[in-house]
Design a protein around this ligand. Structure first.
Ligand code: DGJ
Length: 729
């Protein structure tokens, strides 16, 4: 809920466990007063902030009669460029006379139940008005008339706070927006660690934890997509914060394009966290009377460590970010032909894979890259979304119906945002790709990126997809995106609007996805980007799962899935069993291990099951049964990372089902050692006086014993993976 103290002009946003407080100091400066554990009383005041000012020797001019009062020394709630706050601004604009000064003051506010969507952008939502309250706080620059609406929502039960910003150009002139961040949060101190998720292709989201230092620390993307290199997520945690205890502050941007995400520590050891569209490569001309909406930032505080923070994100994203029929449904166990055949297939080869798969209980066959145009390698045909009759003489319709006859659903791969220079599409429309006249059109994987800032290109993509989905019984789509953007430019944007390209591209992408997923509500969409190069909340709004990584090696996946689970739920992670030796790293792991590692996510196979031994096929059959039985616990349950893989010897995850009656502990040996010491896994989230029975041994234990004494665990063989299932009695 949100309360407003009229006298002090203080807003208090309260969820079940957190408080977030802001107010107008001297009725003028909007300052950030508090974010953390819930405060019961509303008697927070400005005095302590003013006291602190006295000890600061004025670094820059003051804003007020009081010489010590300067924005640079205040915890500003939404900092603007060109005044006395000389740290990273949230907002930077250039006005008609060339001035870039913005000074904001209170204009008005409204508090209401529920939450509004953001026009053209993905965002978390409510199903009932009473789940959340929102505050729209309008600030005004009196000289130009520009208004900035700060939009906050606080989810009571879900314990999260979202922020976004709307800029309204009420001046009579155009305004050029140079930076519109979604949120800054000024922390009073800086004794934090900064955790972020760096990576690379096939090595996505390996968490890094470093101390916050004086100056700036940040990650960003200027590649056009959220990227494998960095993720639009970071956490600030106290030094003693671990998985289970300590303060953790999470920041995540619901956006799939260029972003900036970092912290700035000033000489007084205050720490400004910032998150939003990357100002580098961004400009936006806002016409008089027009509005601009920023993406949404999702802020999560937990005093239960990183684990507590992750659980809040998981539940919020699973239930109030993902949408559609598949949000709450257990999804299909699939088989994908990519690693089994790559481009080298025909109908019989695919059906052969499907037949075997149908016998073991697989429910969906996905035909990956290579089914269209004349594509036999990655050097042609993207953009030509009609079937390759040499490979599939009976077309997609025949293949889909033959797959359906096996009792399976049929799914198809597309890479709609791309075009190959060797394609009919490119030959007909060479100006449709991202390019700048006179500059090289650099290819990545022999392809160019279509210019989704153009409506005609978006229409073309939509129509191609529409045609295929409405004429063939396609029940699943894998939406791939295999290169980053370069040589930026759009043939249709005027010179002064070229800086709008990156954001317009993402708006174009979102508009296609919105239309398509609405037109085909029964199709399950999975997003992909060379694996997990666009694993972000923006894509999850349209497609409830993302292919986590092209690295399907079980050991590598333990690390990748661990990092991904910092803020994304397992229900969103596509995870498959592939052949060994693994195609990415050459490692051989048991099929059992590959199965247990994959089944915590959205489960499937990425191999030709005909190549497995009978004994391995028996394991596969059991895996599918286990997944059918427990998939829901992994996806909808609460995750407790009991031992994280940075331990180097093993890792252990515990899942507590929604009804809290099923507990699954999944252990993975990363590196076996002879004569292993005994480790005790102390379970979490149980009822102390509850009795839990180990399904396999039939032995029962009191919850308090499992939580305080723990269950013994010894390293067996390399990569050995087991699950232990407890049922509450
Ligand atoms: C990259 C994806 O991540 C793979 O799974 C596969 O679909 C290939 N693209 C196909 O080109």
């Amino acid at each position: 809920m949100i309360s407003f103290d009229k006298d002090k002009m203080i807003f208090h946003l309260k969820s079940n466990n957190t408080s977030y407080i802001l107010g107008f100091l001297k009725e003028k400066f909007l300052v950030h007063l508090y974010w953390g554990k819930k405060l019961e009383f509303n008697d927070l005041d400005y005095d302590m902030f003013l006291d602190v000012m006295k000890y600061r020797r004025n670094m820059c001019a003051s804003d007020y009669k009081d010489i010590a009062l300067s924005r640079d020394c205040l915890p500003m709630e939404y900092s603007t460029f060109g005044n006395t706050d000389q740290r990273t601004p949230a907002f930077h604009a250039t006005y008609k006379n060339g001035s870039f000064i913005t000074e904001l003051e209170y204009d008005s506010h409204v508090i209401y139940n529920g939450k509004k969507g953001i026009n053209g952008l993905p965002a978390t939502y409510v199903e009932n008005e009473d789940e959340a309250q929102s505050l729209e706080l309008t600030l005004k620059d009196n000289l130009t008339g520009v208004k900035i609406v700060l939009i906050y929502t606080v989810y009571d039960e879900l314990d999260a706070i979202t922020r976004s910003v709307k800029i309204i150009n009420n001046s009579k002139d155009d305004v050029r927006l140079d930076s519109v961040l979604s949120a800054v949060v000024d922390f009073k101190e800086s004794q934090y660690d900064y955790i972020h998720l760096p990576g690379a292709w096939a090595r996505e989201r390996h968490p890094e934890r470093v101390p916050v230092m004086t100056g700036k620390q940040m990650v960003d993307s200027a590649r056009g997509n959220s990227s494998a290199q960095h993720n639009p997520f970071f956490a600030l945690v106290e030094k003693n914060t671990d998985e289970n205890s300590g303060n953790a502050y999470g920041f995540n941007l619901v956006y799939s394009g260029n972003f900036t995400a970092g912290v700035e520590v000033d000489p007084y050891n205050t720490c400004r966290a910032f998150l939003g569209i990357n100002p580098f490569g961004f400009e936006w001309i806002l016409k008089s009377g027009d509005e601009f909406a920023s993406p949404e930032a999702v802020l999560v505080y937990s005093d239960k460590g990183l684990g507590g923070m992750s659980r809040v994100y998981h539940k919020l994203y699973r239930t109030r970010l993902c949408r559609g029929k598949f949000r709450d449904k257990e999804r299909y166990v699939l088989i994908n032909n990519w690693e089994a055949t790559y481009f080298n297939f025909d109908e019989e080869k695919i059906l052969n894979i499907a037949r075997k798969a149908s016998q073991v209980g697989v429910e969906l066959l996905v035909l990956d890259d290579g089914w269209f145009g004349k594509r036999n390698s990655d050097n042609c045909s993207l953009g030509d979304w009609y079937v390759n009759k040499e490979k599939l003489p009976g077309g997609l319709t025949q293949l889909a119906s033959k797959v359906n006859e096996l009792g399976m659903k049929f799914g198809l791969w597309f890479e709609p945002e791309m075009v190959s220079p060797d394609s009919d599409c490119y030959r007909a429309h060479p100006d449709w790709c991202i390019h700048s006249e006179g500059r090289t059109r650099s290819e990545g994987r022999n392809q160019l990126v279509l210019d989704l800032s153009r409506q005609d290109v978006c229409d073309y993509i939509y129509n191609c997809l529409y045609e295929n989905l409405s004429t063939v019984n396609i029940e699943y789509v894998k939406w791939d995106y295999n290169r980053t953007m370069s040589n930026i430019g759009s043939a249709l944007l005027p010179a002064e609007r070229q800086g709008e390209f990156f954001h317009r591209y993402i708006l174009g992408l979102y508009s296609i996805l919105e239309k398509l997923t609405k037109a085909f509500p029964d199709v399950l969409f999975e997003s992909c980007s060379s694996g997990g190069a666009r694993f972000d909340p923006g894509m999850l709004f349209y497609m409830p799962q993302t292919w986590t990584s092209d690295d399907t090696d079980a050991l590598e996946r333990v690390y990748i899935q661990y990092g991904t689970s910092m803020c994304y739920p397992y229900s969103a992670m596509g995870a498959h069993v592939s052949i060994v030796p693994n195609h990415q790293v050459g490692r051989t792991t048991p099929v059992q291990t590959r199965g247990y590692t994959a089944m915590v996510g959205q489960f499937g196979y990425e191999l030709d099951l005909n190549k497995l031994t009978d004994a391995e096929i028996d394991v596969v059959k059991e895996q599918i049964k286990t997944y059918k039985k427990y998939g829901e616990v992994f996806h909808k349950g609460e995750l407790y990372r009991l031992v994280t893989p940075d331990n180097n010897y093993f890792c252990s995850n515990e899942f507590v089902s929604e009804d809290r009656n099923t507990i699954i502990v999944s252990n993975f040996v990363l590196r076996a050692v002879p004569n292993s010491p005994v480790y005790y896994l102390k379970l979490k989230g149980l009822e102390s006086d509850g009795v839990y029975m180990d399904e396999k041994t039939g032995k029962s234990y009191r919850g308090e014993i499992l939580m305080s004494s723990g269950i013994p665990y010894q390293l067996s063989a390399d990569y050995d993976t087991k699950i232990i299932v407890f049922k509450k009695q």
